[in-house]
Write a protein that binds this ligand. Sequence first.
Ligand code: QAP
Ligand code: CO
Length: 173
Amino acid sequence: MKLSIVEYPDKRLKEKSKKVEKFDESLHQLLDAMYPIMINTNGIGLAAIQVGYPIEAMILNIPDEDGEQPKENLIEMINPIISNEQGETVYQEGCLSVPSFYEDISRYETITVSYLDRDGNTKQLEADGLLSIAIQHENDHLNGILFIDRLTSSRRRKFEKEYKKMQKEKKNS
Ligand code: QAP
Ligand code: CO
């Protein structure tokens, strides 16, 4: 399975993803193919829609204290539901679908997330720190929302200008 990252302003990123109903080999193949593309592009989180599959699936691999991302720390979340949102935290976010742009975004500090694993088993996790932020960022993708959609209108305009300029430079290089 050869995957590539869907980049803004591709309209597919606005699609709302559908719940996964079949926990079969094709789901496993997709999840297996998402992992290397995330690692090779220096990602810590990736939603299926970012590789063109509009299904409620995401993978997360938060670096440890040494900055390593061993595969044992990989979390696969299917059909996530976030609850018990508490507190506020601001972090300079980026996104593999919006390359080379980073901005401060406000998120809940702690959350509870209920989800299914790749075999359809029910799981629950309490998350804080970077994991909590990453889950909220990826859950936004499942709803067709990008982190740039959460910028104030003036910051968003600044982004559009910078991003267009970057795309032009990319094309000419
Ligand atoms: C989402 O983001 C996230 O622009 C995952 O050139 C963001 O993995 C979770 C990346 C913030 C928690 C906090 C972005 C790699 C990776 C880029 C990513 C780039 C190369 C983004
Ligand atoms: Co993203």
